[in-house]
Write a protein that binds this ligand. Structure first.
Ligand code: GLU
Length: 309
């Protein structure tokens, strides 16, 4: 057994036994049904070896982790012009904050808070029907993971649509500033559905490889994005990927990472590995409690922090 495989199994076993599991998100009713004892981890290294343990094959709701991939698509579509629609500074506010938008005239602070991700979705949607835009996002995930079985969990999308009053407010507010081009319902429909993509840790770690490998998809050997763009997406993941827990995540884990309220985290060790963890219980900042602890253990054991071993 390789070092990574052994460490990954040890971490999964340790996390399975821990009593402190955080609280599963309940504001999207369908997410509240998930087993709080689940824990999965998958690591794909630079040579393509996969080390995975626990519930690494169980699909979960990736939620905000999808925002990394919609950001990638939107940058591909409109290039650096995207930054006139959304900023790239940490927010220091909760993921669904309304207050900051008012101060900043409807321009969201970054692409990973909800308002920013809704604005990014609107960019992808322009010129397309919602179904086409959603198809493009799903196919991108399937292509990156090299796995056609990845799907959208319609029950989760419906559940969020029925209760997403805060996101509906954010989108209408941005629309009033002219930040959204498309009908609010269309943009939100695509947003709720891409948040409802279900993936396993293994699939997610595969999808993140291009960010760890200088923009390349190792399966095809072709670039997904230029090297410089992968570096910049990683920079935004490091500074904004965990909402107002981003500083703490950088301090403890030392890797670019993006969390979702489904309890997943995608983390990138540049040049070394793409890592996905999943534990549904969240901490007070809405990030996976054990997911962060597991990543802290892993980066320490492997010496993978971008700030030094
Ligand atoms: N779909 C969720 C929402 O908009 C995403 C939040 C998250 O994963 O952090 O509320």
């Amino acid at each position: 057994m390789s070092d990574i495989a052994r460490i990954v199994s040890e971490i999964a076993e340790e996390m399975r036994q821990r009593p402190d599991r955080g609280d599963v998100a309940t504001y999207i009713p369908q997410l509240a049904r998930v087993d709080p004892n689940a824990f999965g981890i998958a690591v794909v290294d630079a040579a393509g070896n996969v080390a995975a343990a626990g519930d690494c094959e169980v699909p979960f709701s990736i939620q905000s982790i999808s925002k990394v991939f919609t950001l990638t698509l939107a940058l591909g579509k409109v290039g650096e012009g995207l930054w006139t629609r959304v900023g790239r500074e940490p927010s220091g506010s909760p993921f669904n904050s309304v207050v900051q938008l008012e101060y900043e005239h409807g321009i969201p602070r970054n692409p990973f808070i909800n308002a920013g991700a809704i604005a990014v979705t609107d960019v992808i949607l322009s010129g397309h029907q919602p179904r086409e835009a959603l198809g493009e996002i799903l196919r991108f995930m399937q292509f990156l993971s090299d796995d056609r079985s990845i799907y959208i969990d319609e029950a989760v999308a419906k559940s969020e649509k029925a209760t997403g009053f805060r996101n509906i407010a954010l989108a209408n507010y941005m629309k009033s500033f002219g930040v959204l081009e498309n009908p609010v319902d269309f943009t939100l429909g695509v947003y709720f559905h891409h948040c409802a993509i279900a993936m396993s840790c293994r699939q997610l770690a595969m999808a993140g490889r291009f960010l760890a490998m200088h923009g390349f998809n190792p399966t095809t050997g072709c670039p997904v994005v230029p090297d410089g763009r992968a570096r910049r997406i990683n920079a935004i993941m490091l500074t904004c990927g965990h909402y107002d827990g981003s500083g703490e995540f950088a301090y403890r884990v030392g890797l670019p990472g993006k969390s979702g309220v489904g309890g997943g985290i995608l983390a990138v060790a540049p040049g070394k590995a793409s890592i996905a963890v999943w534990s549904p219980g969240l901490d007070a900042t809405g990030n996976s409690h054990l997911g962060r602890i597991a990543l802290e253990r892993l980066t320490k054991a492997m010496g993978w922090s971008i700030f030094g071993a």
